[in-house]
Design a protein around this ligand. Structure first.
Ligand code: ARG
Length: 400
């Protein structure tokens, strides 16, 4: 009696998820494994992956193009939330997991599977994101995570696969663990496990080294409508194309590299390298535009909402009541976030150099130090008298 009869497995084409196929069948008595590879704009050819799953023993090999949905429903809300986990990581990997979970749950329903599976180990955040998202979407579905239990080393995993016709990787396999999608790349492990080790140039693929970036800056203009990027340099672009083009321009100027020590949900610190050119530039521009069009109190209050939002998404609670409530707050604030932001891209830095909006709250007559000044300077005195009242009274008691 196996753990499940028919399983939909999240499939990447790598050795680990390939080995999951015979492992589920041989060791856990699963009768049929259906694989699901999600195209999230990672740029891999998915045709060979489809065949690889079948060669590894899958009865059915699904490939779902979810790039547009990924950008529209997962990346764009993250831009509106200016989301940066621990102030730095724009959640490029974390955002993909709830979408993959949704695709697994949908496929399980369509194919009558009684379980879904993934190849995550027991040490990362991704297992939490998958398991909790799946539970939120269908609490009756079993989740199988063979790599969390099999206890095989890399070599043993490869050897196990070879017994079932899964070829060992041809080139000497990279020491890094890499996750990739349209939003960027996450790189960990190998020599990066030493926090003091400077990442070799070989870890990067989307961003140029500063030594090779152009010696002239590039100026770009990003247009936003209700908090969503809609134009690049005045040209209206579909969301996916906008991110692709911005990744190319920003990457060319060496923008988007992050090297950080990050606190995982499972309690350990890990060394992470990210490259997320477009996403970082978009968050920077969006946040700047908000500072022009949102009132001071909304803008400042939103920072704490953004922080909570980022933590929830990092920690696997994409489908949760608190996340939905925070989304409602964020959506309410975005109605005004329409306008244009101008940035200079140069030698690894994106710098906002200008912004404009029909809904700008910047008041030139009030702000100016020139002759057009309409601000009533005398009124400040009464305001300060009242504003400073509690401090004055407190100070007097100090001296008693
Ligand atoms: N630490 C990042 C996160 O939790 C990236 C994880 C990358 N995953 C991977 N399988 N390499 O979002």
């Amino acid at each position: 009696m196996g753990r499940a009869k028919r399983v939909v497995l999240a499939y990447s084409g790598g050795v680990d998820t390939s080995v999951c196929i015979p492992y589920l069948k041989q060791e856990w008595g699963v009768e049929e494994v259906i694989t699901l590879a999600a195209d999230l704009g990672q740029g891999d050819e998915l045709g060979p992956i489809r065949q690889k799953a079948l060669d590894s023993g899958a009865v059915e090999s699904l490939v779902v193009d979810a790039t547009a949905e990924f950008v529209r429903d997962y990346a764009f809300p993250a831009i509106q939330a200016n989301s940066l986990y621990e102030g730095r990581y724009p959640l490029s990997t974390a955002l993909a997991r709830p979408l993959i979970a949704k695709l697994l749950v949908e496929a399980a329903a369509k194919y009558g599977a009684d379980a879904v599976a993934h190849g995550c180990t027991g040490k990362g955040n991704d297992q939490v994101r998958f398991d909790v998202s799946i539970a939120a979407l269908n609490p009756d579905l079993k989740v199988l995570a063979p790599a969390r239990e099999w206890g095989m080393s890399r070599e043993e995993t490869i050897a196990y696969g070879e017994r079932f016709g899964i070829p060992a990787p041809v080139k000497k396999s990279s020491p890094y663990s890499i996750d990739r999608n349209l939003l960027g790349r996450s790189i960990e492990a190998g020599p990066l496990e030493d926090p003091l080790h400077e990442p070799l140039e070989e870890v990067y693929a989307l961003t140029k080294a500063i030594a090779n970036t152009p010696d002239e800056p590039a100026y770009i203009e990003l247009g936003f409508e209700k908090g969503l990027p809609v134009t690049l340099n005045g040209q209206a672009l579909e969301p996916v194309a906008l991110i692709q083009q911005l990744n190319a321009i920003a990457g060319e100027h060496g923008i988007g590299r992050i090297d950080m020590i990050e606190n995982r949900l499972v309690g350990i610190k890990s060394r992470e390298i990210y490259e997320t050119p477009a996403l970082l530039v978009l968050i920077q521009a969006h946040q700047d535009l908000e500072s022009l069009v949102l009132t001071a109190d909304v803008s400042q209050y939103k920072r704490s909402i953004e922080n909570s939002w980022s933590n929830l998404v990092y920690n696997g609670l994409w489908y949760s009541p608190l996340k939905a409530a925070l989304d409602a707050f964020i959506q309410q604030t975005q109605a005004r976030v329409t306008g244009t932001v101008r940035l200079r891209l140069f030698k690894g830095n994106a710098t906002v150099v200008g912004r404009s909006s029909e809904l700008s709250l910047y008041s030139p007559d009030m702000a100016t130090y020139g002759a057009e000044d309409r601000f009533d300077h005398k009124a400040a005195e009464g305001f300060i008298y009242v504003w400073g009242m509690p401090t004055r009274i407190w100070s007097q008691t100090q001296n008693r």
